[in-house]
Design a binder for this molecule. Structure first.
Ligand code: DGT
Ligand code: CA
Ligand code: CA
Ligand code: ZN
Length: 610
């Protein structure tokens, strides 16, 4: 294996870090840093140079010590001085310093005080509050480290949408507050398409030309901007403190439709659309549509007008992936996608009876505030010691309480439970008790390492239970924290259909489970889907927007989503024995796809609903 210049540069960079921790002289530290920089920028491989007997000391920035250590490393694969330095410091200091936000002081503090040497270890210590309790740390600093770890985890540094959307909304609000001349400030890019992870945040907005520069200045000057990458009249790019990039582009109101369309992507969608336009003798760009014959450029104030010029209905951003959406649009067959307003209830809510934070009444009021007709309270079953699950007796007590509370509320309160699916596929409550419940969410919370066959059989066994209404967060993944369990998706979905069991789209942004492609397949196979929030707090019911986004990316119409059923029909569904439920579900009238060719619910995006 040849040794790369980067590898050698990293060695010297680490050397400088270790010397700094040890409190060595600035002169020596700088020398190693300079050498690292020089080496990483060399245009030829150092290893080759050494073989060719080039005198490394002739390279500016490389002195005797560095030259010798480089040769030592190339010959032996080790550097004695480096090993000795490492041995003087606590284990894992360098590992911890790979986390952005952890400098040498913090790394020393954590390794010495807590004896932690791994990233997993520090994560655990943060969850246990041990890092926050260290001198000069506090909960905010600890939280920051955790966020950095999580963004390190996400593949190629992509940010889960829940976090990215919050940052985008905060940034947009701060910018808007500074710039009254700014209007129609919307997220574009992958955020507007509701992808599950976001590479960078794209914001587009309208400002009169002379004032555009001022808006860019305002973005660059926002507190929380760590670095300004580009700062021009049309585009400003910054990196925010959690390490997320924001690209802001500004245009004029007359041509904003083309701009929003262009920067909403996806790139594949835009490529296909451009091909299609070419065949019509038109060319597309962010400023408008050009007639290739006359060279005339037409401008569009909004996206609907832009697509209309191409003879197409406005394609919802969630569908712009460059697959079938263009053909569907041409055929007038775009689906009438489900919206938040279509939901009539939430069937997965926790209270402080198990691991939720709020009393039952507060959760009921939150469901009422969403405008729902029904809700199910589904605290955990007892098998999960840690989630403060309900014993048989407490469940009976809760059912009685809910029946009494019902008298005080207009919303239909369904008695439910989130029952553990045990490792063998049996459930955590006796059948007689399960039969008392209106809604049973069955979920896997343990033995997640089972092989695919075992896990598939386990979940199917739960589906076969007559009391199980739906399977909760089937994959159990936690975005950027826990990998999904292994199962045979096709077998699960077919069993769901065969048994009359619904599958949950869990909206919690850290879960998003089923994910879009899985929900897509579920819809194709005729599996009833339910969009739930799994709220553990009364403020979380609004997180349904993430679940709705998954359903939309899965081309779901209201009829594919069980909890869009009006109360009476939904209660009828629950009262129908499982084997007959699919018939009912299939009989739902097709919300006409013909009407969908006009405006889509999203043709005017709002910051909250990009
Ligand atoms: P991301 O940021 O990786 O999550 O994904 P996007 O889709 O947000 O990509 P981004 O931020 O690079 O660009 C935003 C949109 O701008 C992209 O979806 C389409 C448009 N766009 C950017 N660069 C190009 C390009 O070179 N060609 C085309 N056709 N479109 C581009
Ligand atoms: Ca982006
Ligand atoms: Ca971008
Ligand atoms: Zn759960």
């Amino acid at each position: 294996m040849p040794v790369s210049n980067d590898e050698i540069a990293e060695l010297f960079e680490n050397m400088a870090t270790l010397l700094e921790m040890k409190g060595d002289t600035v002169f020596k530290i700088r020398a190693y840093q300079r050498a690292a920089r020089t080496i990483s920028q060399l245009s030829f491989p150092l290893e080759q140079a050494v073989q060719d007997a080039v005198d490394l000391k002739k390279i500016p920035g490389i002195g005797k010590a560095i030259s010798e250590k480089t040769q030592e490393y190339l010959q032996t694969g080790r550097v004695d001085a480096y090993d000795r330095l490492l041995a003087e410091l606590p284990d894992g200091v360098l590992t911890l310093m790979t986390i952005p936000g952890i400098g040498s002081k913090t790394a020393m503090l954590i390794t010495q005080e807590l004896g932690i040497s791994t990233i997993e270890g520090i994560e655990k210590a943060i969850h246990e509050g041990k890092v926050a309790a260290l001198p000069r740390m506090g909960p905010r600093a600890a939280d920051n480290i955790l966020r950095h770890i999580q963004s390190l985890r996400t593949k190629d540094g992509r940010t889960p949408i829940g976090h990215a959307l919050a940052v985008a909304e905060e940034t947009a609000a701060a910018l808007q507050a500074q710039c009254p001349q700014l209007s129609q400030l919307y997220p574009a890019g992958s955020l507007r398409r509701w992808e599950e992870t976001i590479g960078d945040i794209d914001l587009v907005g309208v400002a009169p030309e002379p004032q555009q520069a001022g808006v860019g200045d305002a973005l660059a000057a926002l507190p929380g901007v760590r670095e300004v990458l580009a700062h021009g009249p049309k585009k400003t790019s910054v990196i925010l403190e959690p390490g997320i990039q924001v690209d802001l582009r500004l245009g004029a109101a007359e041509s904003f439709g083309a701009m929003l369309q262009y920067f909403s992507g996806s790139q594949q969608h835009n490529l296909r659309l451009r091909d299609y336009a070419h065949r019509l003798g038109l060319s597309l760009n962010e400023y408008g549509i050009t007639d290739l014959q006359t060279g005339q450029v037409e401008q569009f104030a909004d996206e609907t007008a832009f697509y209309a010029r191409l003879g197409l209905p406005c394609i919802p951003p969630e569908l712009r992936v460059g697959m079938d959406e263009l053909a569907a649009a041409q055929a007038g067959a775009l689906p009438n996608l489900v919206t938040e307003a279509d939901l009539r209830g939430d069937l997965h809510l926790h209270s402080d009876w198990s691991d939720g934070r709020d009393p039952i009444e507060r959760m009921i009021e939150a469901a009422v505030a969403q405008g729902y007709q029904y809700m199910a309270l589904t605290d955990h079953s007892s098998g999960r010691g840690i989630a403060n699950g309900l014993s048989n007796e407490r469940l009976v007590e809760q059912i009685n309480l809910l029946r009494r509370l019902q008298e005080n509320y207009p919303i239909t309160i369904l008695c439910g439970s989130e029952v553990d699916i045990r490792a063998d596929g049996t459930l955590d409550y006796p059948d007689e008790l399960l039969a008392e419940l209106d809604v049973v969410v069955a979920s896997v919370h343990s033995a997640m390492g089972q092989d695919s066959d075992t896990m598939t059989r386990r979940i199917i066994r739960a589906m076969e239970h007559p009391a199980v209404t739906l399977i909760g967060h089937a994959s159990t993944r936690l975005l950027s924290r826990r990998q999904p369990v292994e199962f045979d998706l096709e077998a699960l979905l077919r069993a769901a259909r065969a048994t009359g069991t619904a599958m949950e789209i869990n909206s919690a942004p850290e879960r998003m489970d089923l994910k879009d492609t899985h929900a897509h397949r579920a819809r194709e196979l005729g599996v009833p889907l339910v969009i739930n929030t799994d709220s553990h707090h009364f403020t979380s019911l609004g997180q349904r927007r993430f679940g709705v986004a998954i359903a939309r990316r899965a081309w779901c119409q209201p009829r594919h989503i069980l909890n869009t059923l009006p109360r009476d029909q939904f209660l009828t569904f629950l009262r129908t024995p499982k084997p007959y439920r699919i018939e009912l579900f299939d009989a739902r009238p097709d919300a006409s796809t013909a009407t969908a060719t006009t405006a889509t619910p999203d043709s005017t995006p709002a910051p909250g609903r990009p």
